[in-house]
Design a protein around this ligand. Structure first.
Ligand SMILES: Cc1ncc(COP(=O)(O)O)c(C=O)c1O
Length: 431
């Protein structure tokens, strides 16, 4: 990467070449569409974090933990026993087996560090990791920092003629997937419910992937951080539960998504001992252990969730939030992909226009049309979103250029306000 080499030239001590891969040095979308660069009153539907706090009873548990001595100190690298027990009790019925707290569960510093640790534990230099595009952007540097080579397989967007597309209309071409597999393929990442498409993969789709995973002996990372956010009566299928998949699957979860606490950096992995143990060895060297008091709070969350009907209520609340935003898009007359899970909507922005002489910052020079559209919407209308081509490799980024991602993990008033502002786009829409 020429820009990276140039940047390195400015440094007295050259930094590691691994930063030149995986877009690690490129300015990422989060900093381009950051509040600091946008109008002061811009409503942030860009980055996927909530504008509301975790439930009071979960926060109370965090405060209680801070009052103890033990929870202010190191935890076991596997995670605090109370949290591992809570994870086991909560997830064992869903996995149809009694999850062993010593060997089948690992608490991590957010899902992200858990995923990084899996890559550290399993990738040899040059091993290939298949990811479906659009993909959660952290996968890319996490793979390349660990010597892996990302291999991209696109989810194909619905046809433009489909005016009522749902996330289910984003599809895999299984021949294309098969062709992407080489003797160096080690892993495949499956993300359901999906960020940013909102797709909840069907059993049939996951079975097709499972068949290839068996045929080519692949490790499967099943990123299920949005497992508690599934709408319209759809069923979340845990990949590890498919026949024969437990032994080759690591499932990934996040307290940040489950309890509206993205800054807590607590997550967990579930899988067979042969995957969890090497990952524990990596995670112990990377962070040693995750932060202790918030592990206690996450434990309280899982312990009480069932009695409080917490996840069912929370999913209904998110469904209501989603519908507020979708109604605004309907009123505006723009099409979108109806998300069946997670908390993102992809709005089709291909009909959006802007004045020829409109001034865009140099940070988006050379980027896709969606970068301009998101900038225009944020500065003229006051609602920020994220350009979807960022979630593709360069070769396939045209597939994402027609979409902007809006996050609806915001309170209803904020979403209503954003919806009203978005009506201001009407005059910029071409037929
Ligand atoms: C698909 C996906 N996986 C993993 C993560 C990381 O989760 P955490 O915040 O727990 O690290 C995110 C966060 O946005 C995500 O969208």
């Amino acid at each position: 990467m020429a820009a990276a080499a140039q940047a390195n030239g400015k440094y007295l001590i050259p930094f590691s070449s691994r930063l030149k891969e995986g877009r690690a040095l490129a300015q990422d979308v989060w900093s381009i569409y950051n509040a600091a660069n946008l109008p002061a009153d811009c409503i942030n539907l860009g980055q996927g974090y909530m504008n509301f706090a975790p439930p009071q009873w979960v926060k109370d548990a965090a405060e209680e933990a801070l009052q103890t001595v033990a929870a202010n100190h190191y935890s076991h690298p596997k995670g605090r026993l109370r949290l591992r027990e809570a994870i086991s009790n909560f997830y064992s019925p869903a996995f149809g087996k009694n999850l062993d707290v010593e060997s089948e569960i690992l608490v991590t510093s957010g899902a992200n560090e858990g995923q990084y640790s899996v890559f550290t534990a399993f990738l040899e230099h040059g091993d290939e990791v298949i990811m479906f595009e659009p993909f959660f952007d952290q996968y890319l540097p996490s793979v390349t920092f660990n010597g892996g080579k990302p291999v991209y397989v696109p989810l194909h967007p619905p046809s433009k003629a489909n005016l009522k597309a749902t996330s289910n209309d984003w599809t895999i071409d299984y021949d294309e997937l098969r062709r992407a597999i080489t003797p160096r393929t080690k892993m495949i990442i499956v993300n359901t419910p999906h960020n940013p498409v909102g797709k909840v993969f069907s059993r049939k789709e996951l079975e097709e992937i499972a068949a290839l995973a068996t045929e080519f002996n692949l490790l499967v990372m099943s990123d299920e951080v949005y497992d508690c956010l599934v709408f319209d009566g759809k069923e979340h299928i845990r990949f590890a539960n498919l026949p024969g998949m437990w032994d080759r699957t690591v499932s990934v979860y996040s307290a940040g998504k489950a309890f509206a606490a993205t800054g807590w950096r607590v997550g967990w992995l579930i899988g067979p001992p042969a995957i969890i143990q090497p990952t524990l060895a990596a995670s112990t060297r990377i962070v040693f252990c995750s932060n202790s008091p918030l592990q206690e709070a996450a434990a309280a969350g899982l312990e009480q969730a069932r009695d409080r009907n917490f996840f069912e209520t929370q999913a209904k609340e998110y469904e209501e939030r989603r519908n507020v935003l979708l109604n605004a898009f309907d009123k505006l007359g723009l099409t979108y992909t109806l998300p069946e899970g997670s908390y993102f909507v992809l709005l089709d922005i291909s009909r959006l226009t802007w004045p020829d002489n409109y001034h865009f910052p140099s940070s988006i020079d050379g980027r896709g049309r969606d970068f301009k559209a998101c900038w225009f919407i944020a500065t003229e209308i006051g609602v920020s979103s994220i350009p979807v081509s960022e979630f593709y490799c360069e070769e396939h980024c045209h597939l994402g250029e027609s979409f902007a991602r809006f996050a609806f993990c915001k309170d209803l008033d904020t979403l209503r306000n954003a919806g009203e502002r978005l009506q201001g786009l009407k005059k910029y829409l071409k037929e």
